[in-house]
Structure formats: C-alpha cells, structure tokens
Design a protein around this ligand. Sequence first.
Ligand SMILES: [Zn+2]
Length: 65
Amino acid sequence: MAKASERKGLRTDERECCAAERKRQLDSIRLNFVTFPVIRSVPCPVCKMVLKIRVYERPTADATA
Ligand SMILES: [Zn+2]
C-alpha cells in the first residue's frame, strides 16, 4: 500500500485526480456562481489533497456571449 500522505513537500505538478476535480469545481462555479471572486478549498475525493479553487472574475465564455 502506498502512503499518499507521506510526502508533504511543495508540489509543482498536480495529480490527475486533482486536476480532474479542479476542472469539475471550476465548471461548477462557472455554471452556478454569479458573484466573483469565488475562493474555495475543496478536498480531492481521491487523494484528499486540499485544492485551492480560485476564480477571480466571471469567466468570459467564448462560445456563448
Ligand atoms: Zn487528487
């Protein structure tokens, strides 16, 4: 069994699970939030690492105006 929590050093890269969760959170914020900035700390459901989600302004949608 690998101990995922053993390493506590600063990470420069993001795990795949965290990247997927971050994207999910960002998508959710874009869909559901009307006021910005939105700053949240969300634990990754896979590795339990806390992801800092920050959206400072309303994302400009390229496809839909
Ligand atoms: Zn993760």
